[in-house]
Write a new protein. Structure first.
Length: 319
């Protein structure tokens, strides 16, 4: 022991570690005075270096429960597991815990909300475009987020613009009911649950004219609607055509696809011909002659229709 005392602290520890099964360590447990001696011997090193502890096993959480909680809340894997452990594997209680945790997460919500969805719906001859943004595409795919976005579109179908325009007032729209609450309160709850911004950025409702000569087509590109387009066609006055209303509606829908794909900037030529809708080749139309692709204006001339207006949205451009 005197030899051990004369060494450096680092060598003291190594020498004493090699003696864990020796009389020296047994003496520490059997004779209290030896503990004082070892404390002096080790200097800055603690006797706790000789002790070991067995970690307590973590509670096992069934993977199906974690998956269910993640699907319903969009929360992270570790957050879901910890919430289930705290809730004793009760999913409903775990959801409440995540909501409480979301109170602080919501305070850190980013202002950059370029992800999300652009939903398009054709209902009763009208077209509805709604952009609902969040921070990540992961959240945009969750069940809670998609249910909310669908509810916004359905509410827009039953809402009219107060000023006669196609743009719907967001605040008024969010006062519509959603289950046992309103869309506005549901939106705030989602921010707390998901820990991200949930913003209804814009909602557009395009309705055909009352003269029954207008047709509205719309198209959403991809499941989350990265791009969307809508167009209103109108039959020309005094034009006789054998084209049916169904064919005209199909033409409007095809033209909406073209608008999303080729990004026209205007209906007629303003500055650059290639960005004018009427001057572009209508490649998604099936009725072309064998030798060439007809322009949009040529197809419209054949059926006796004209473009009244169109829109093209790109997700995140309004943020």
């Amino acid at each position: 022991l005197m030899h051990v005392r004369s060494t450096t602290p680092f060598l003291r520890l190594n020498l004493l570690r090699s003696a864990t099964s020796s009389h020296l360590v047994r003496t520490v447990h059997q004779q209290p005075r030896s503990s004082v001696f070892l404390t002096q011997l080790l200097g800055p090193w603690k006797i706790s270096a000789f002790t070991t502890s067995t970690p307590q096993p973590q509670q096992k959480v069934p993977i199906p429960l974690i998956k269910e909680l993640r699907t319903r809340t969009g929360a992270g894997l570790n957050d879901c597991r910890d919430a289930l452990v705290s809730a004793n594997l009760d999913v409903e209680k775990a959801i409440e815990l995540l909501k409480q945790k979301g109170q602080t997460s919501a305070d850190r919500i980013s202002k950059k909300t370029g992800e999300g969805v652009v939903y398009v719906s054709n209902q009763g001859g009208s077209a509805i475009l709604a952009e609902i943004n969040c921070d990540t595409d992961f959240v945009a795919k969750t069940k809670d987020f998609t249910e909310f976005a669908t509810a916004v579109v359905n509410a827009a179908a039953n809402t009219s613009s107060s000023d006669g325009s196609n743009n719907l007032d967001i605040n008024s729209l969010l006062e519509n009911p959603f289950q046992s609450e309103t869309l506005a309160t549901r939106r705030k709850a989602l921010e707390k649950i998901l820990g991200e911004s949930v913003i209804v950025s814009r909602v557009l409702k395009i309705q055909p004219g009352k003269d029954n000569g207008e047709f509205v087509g719309a198209y959403q590109h991809g499941e989350l609607g990265k791009f969307a387009g809508a167009v209103t066609l109108k039959t020309k006055d005094n034009h006789t055509s054998s084209v049916s209303k169904d064919d005209l509606q199909n033409l409007a829908n095809k033209l909406a696809v073209h608008i999303v794909a080729f990004s026209p900037k205007s209906i007629e030529v303003e500055k650059e011909p290639e960005t004018a809708l009427l001057e572009q080749e209508f490649s998604v139309w099936e009725g072309h002659p064998a030798d060439r692709t007809l322009l949009v204006k040529e197809v419209l001339e054949q059926v006796g229709a004209q473009v009244v207006k169109f829109v093209r949205w790109s997700r995140g451009e309004s943020v």
